[in-house]
Design a protein around this ligand. Sequence first.
Ligand SMILES: [Zn+2]
Length: 395
Amino acid sequence: MDAIETVRAVATTAMGLIVGSFLNVVIWRLPRGENLARPRSACPGCGTMIAWYDNVPVVSWLLLRARCRQCKTRIRVRYPLVELLTGGLFLLAFLAYRGDLVTTGIVAVFLAALVAISFIDLDYRIIPDAISKPGIVVFLAAAPFSALHAVEALAWTRTWVPGGKPALNALLDAGIGAAVGALLILLIRAIGTWILKKEAMGLGDVKLLALIGAVVGPLQAVYALVVACFGGALIGGLLFVVGKRRPMPCAMTVRGSGGDGQGLEATFERVKVLQGDQGDFLVRGAPAASAGTAVRVDLVLPATRILEDEDAQLDLRGHIARVEGEGVARTWVIEITEHTERDADLVSFFAQSYRYIPFGPFLALGGVLGALLPSGVHWFLTAGYPALARSLFGS
Ligand SMILES: [Zn+2]
């Protein structure tokens, strides 16, 4: 790589770090329905606006030693990680399509969209339409300019009109890619719903694989699904062994009167369900209270997670069984003693659904590989993997 190429590579990586910093804002604000452009980012601990010199990707996080300058609230390691991930992906896009500025740009936008979608899906189990729907349109329109629809090793899958204009074939490749992606997930969904007797996969995944197909074409869309199934099975198996349960996002208000007769009110965005069927909760960051306090719990479960049309409003009664820790780490263990049959079912289903691993990040991984190593994925699945399997398990 000569000097000019090196400068270009560094500039592309730096742009990726800055885009990653913006993606952190998108990941936080988009699912909460907040404006992406305004107001400027503020510390969630003390509300102080973050100065530009404290908002330099990765560097500021290191200089501030992962704490807010004012109130010393910890800044999650995820922020610099998302920035580094995006910077790294931009560099890989540059290296994969060196000299082709347009394709590098298309792939970089695609990778940025996948990063945002993956983290939102991890946090909320939703794939935002606000990214996937316009994404499909944008990438269909960009197809004639993308070298991805003209990868030579895959030319046999991409000539839809023999002798036709390359732009027409690229457009058809993107359109058929989006259709194949959507149909594949719809098919899995239908089979899963038939077997499990309940909705097996979200419509968000349908739009995500359509988006991926529009960028990488139909063959790579199939590969992305294969990669996602391998990855999902591997991580799902690991999580099953570890048995890890994550807190669930919801809106929860607890009201009661404290041991000293003072009114008690606290709201939470995430709670952990201790026993799904009985609906006992563990909430972190709770105010001081004494054990035994009787409480009313208003719980709103988001519609997308319980697969109903509307958010479910639950009115539960119980008491604070235990108080653990101090300050921001203070935790209430709330034991629910009164609830209707339906409410218990909803809480139990919600808690279980939150143990399911989201499929979006795995589809995204398949999309990343398809965009950065189009012929590599093809080689692995048609030649590399069969050879590996033969050498591992004999002929
Ligand atoms: Zn602060």
